[in-house]
Design a protein around this ligand. Sequence first.
Ligand SMILES: [Zn+2]
Length: 199
Amino acid sequence: MHDVVAALVRLLSRQPGVGKRSAERAALHLMRNKETHLLPLIETLRIVAERVVPCAECNNLDVANPCHICASDRRRQPKQICVVEDVSDLWAMERSGMYKGMYHVLGGTLSAAEGRGPEALGIPVLERRVRAGVAEEVILATSTTLEGQATAHYLADALERTGVSVTRLAQGVPIGGELCYLDEGTLVAALQARRRMAC
Ligand SMILES: [Zn+2]
C-alpha cells in the first residue's frame, strides 16, 4: 500500500465506529468512484469545515450561530430546555417530532477520569441561560448509563438553586441506553412520562 493510500485508510479509521477493515473498504470505494463519491465528499467536507460552528447558546452544531433551533424561538417553546449528551441525541429528539422546546448539548458526560468537568460540558453557560431566560422546565435527557445518571444528578443539584423545574426522561429508556439509539415511539413515551428530578 502506497503512503498516500495508507494515510487515507488511517484517517478514515480514526473516525468513531470505523475499524481498519471498514476503513480499507471505504478507501477503495472512494478511489474507484471519484466522480460519484470522492469529489462530492471532498466538496462537502470543505463546506462543513468552513461553515459548521458550535452554537454559543446551546452547543448544537449548525451553519449558523445561534443555531436554527435557538433562532426560531417564535415557532418553538422557550420555556423548556432539554439537556442531551450529544448532537445525535438532539437529532433523535427532533426526529420524534414531539418536542418543540430548546436544547442544551453537553458534548459528553462528567468524567473525572477523562478530565471532563462542568466547564467542559457548558454547565455554567446553561445555568446562566436558565437564570437570565424564560425557561420554566429543564428536561434531563442524558442516557441511563452510570455516567449519564451521575451527570443528571449533578445537573439537578446545580439547577436547583435557579428555581427552575427539573424533570428526567423516565419510562422506556432502558438502563445503560443511549438516547440516539431509541426508536421514535420509545422516545416519545419517555418524554411524556418524564418526572420531577429528586436531588
Ligand atoms: Zn443553539
